[in-house]
Ligand binder design. Structure first.
Ligand code: PLP
Length: 405
């Protein structure tokens, strides 16, 4: 068994990067909020799967075992029961599964902070407004933060669902779900979170977070491929929901029934979130994320979160000390894995702020892989980053500053 424990900060290359994330040594990779680096063991598992397709020796029963093991690993990661986990394509599909399967009633409303949501958690609600006539209640943001008290104030006896990101895609601040979760739970209101900027980097426990739905994709903190996601739906809610789409894997034909077995008119839905599974799965993506989930479990998510946030906090403070406009100011509990630098504005992949754009270009030219979202540079940390990455960015920023003075 490989030793996946994280060594002390500042030791680079770590055992982890040498064995699993060699990509982290090739550049200064600060972009897990866009795509996590794929681990070497994930690549090997993917190769094995592709080889089986090339030779025609695919073991279908083995693939089903892989899916169930992956489901259990993800359930373990977020402290859920495997029956509460469905496989999806991405965050968008997870959110839409809930949106389309909710038993909406006339006059229902949904509460959402549209201004801080990724568009993929905006359109599902605008679509349901068109389709079912629900009201979409828009809560204003507060300086880049989700305003939990304002969201609670927007809830009334017609609110059926509240949705929010656990960490925004930009500027990347955390939103604590527990207060609003407890409020919603008492009133049987569904709390649905887009957790893709938390999963794999923060210690997410769906019980402790008091959420009913938790949608993620695998290409960011879970270091997997595009085109696969997970949806947690709390058993008590899932059992009351009729899926908008239904196919073989969502139907309970008994344990021994074959993949191609069918029912006549009467059928039972699978228990919990399994009813949302449809047909064949994204097996290549599952082969990869199965490995990453194993690595994360070996390290332990509490340790992953400690490592990631100690780096993001140190980075925020050191960039601030260099005089850069760190969104949110000094480090604090608002930080997750992402640190944004600049001013909130329009701008995806580029910004009209010429200083920020020039610094971003300088860092890109020196192989610091990062992104620009909402006009700001966005840097994100994961288990394969170390303080050496921060040292390198600091020194590049100093060079850039002295070249301009
Ligand atoms: C908060 C957030 N939600 C959703 C997405 C993407 O959604 P999907 O997985 O559906 O492409 C991203 C980033 O791509 C994101 O940062």
């Amino acid at each position: 068994m490989m030793d996946h424990r994280i060594e002390q900060d500042g030791i680079s290359p770590t055992m982890l990067t040498r064995t699993e994330f060699p990509g982290a040594l090739e550049s200064t990779y600060l972009s897990s909020c866009m795509r996590g680096l794929m681990p070497a063991s994930g690549r090997k598992a993917l190769d094995r799967h592709l080889d089986s397709l090339v030779t025609g020796r695919t073991d279908k029963a083995g693939l089903f075992d892989l899916m169930e093991e992956t489901r259990s690993r993800f359930a373990g990661l977020v402290n859920a029961d495997p029956d509460e986990i469905a496989f999806t394509k991405n965050v968008s599909e997870g959110l839409n599964i809930i949106a389309a399967s909710m038993p909406w009633q006339a006059g229902d409303n949904v509460v959402v902070t549209l201004g801080l949501e990724h568009p993929n958690n905006v359109f599902p609600w605008l679509n349901q407004k068109e389709r079912t006539g629900i009201e979409v209640r828009i809560v204003p943001e507060r300086d880049g933060h989700i305003d939990i008290d304002a969201m609670i104030a927007a809830i009334d006896d017609k609110t059926r669902l509240v949705t929010m990101p656990t960490v925004t895609f930009s500027p990347g601040f955390r939103a604590d779900t527990r207060k609003i979760g407890a409020f919603c739970r008492e009133r049987d209101i569904f709390l649905l979170v887009d957790a893709v900027q938390s999963v794999g980097v923060l210690n997410c426990d769906v019980q402790d977070m008091i959420v009913d739905g938790f949608a993620v994709s695998t290409q960011k903190g879970l270091c997997g491929l595009y085109g696969m996601g997970f949806l947690y739906c709390r058993r008590d809610w899932a059992d009351r929901m009729t899926p908008a789409y239904l196919a073989r894997f969502g139907v309970d034909l008994g344990g021994g029934a074959s993949e191609a077995a069918t029912a006549t008119l009467g059928y039972d839905l699978m228990p919990g979130a399994r009813r949302f599974d449809l047909g064949n799965y994204n097996y290549p993506a599952a082969a990869v994320v199965h490995e990453s989930l194993g690595i994360l479990a070996d390290i332990g998510m509490a340790e992953v979160e400690r490592h990631v946030t100690s780096l993001s906090c140190a980075f925020a403070d050191r960039m601030l000390a260099l005089g850069l406009p760190v969104m949110g100011g000094p480090s604090g509990p608002h930080l997750a894995s992402i640190v944004s630098i600049g001013h909130l504005a329009e701008g995806h992949d580029s910004t009209s702020d010429s200083d920020i754009q020039a610094l971003s270009d300088h860092l890109t030219a020196h192989d610091v892989i990062h992104s620009i979202r909402r006009g700001m540079m966005r840097f994100a940390f994961h288990i394969y980053n170390t303080t050496a990455d921060i040292d390198r960015v600091e020194s590049l920023v100093r060079d850039w500053q002295s070249s301009r003075s």
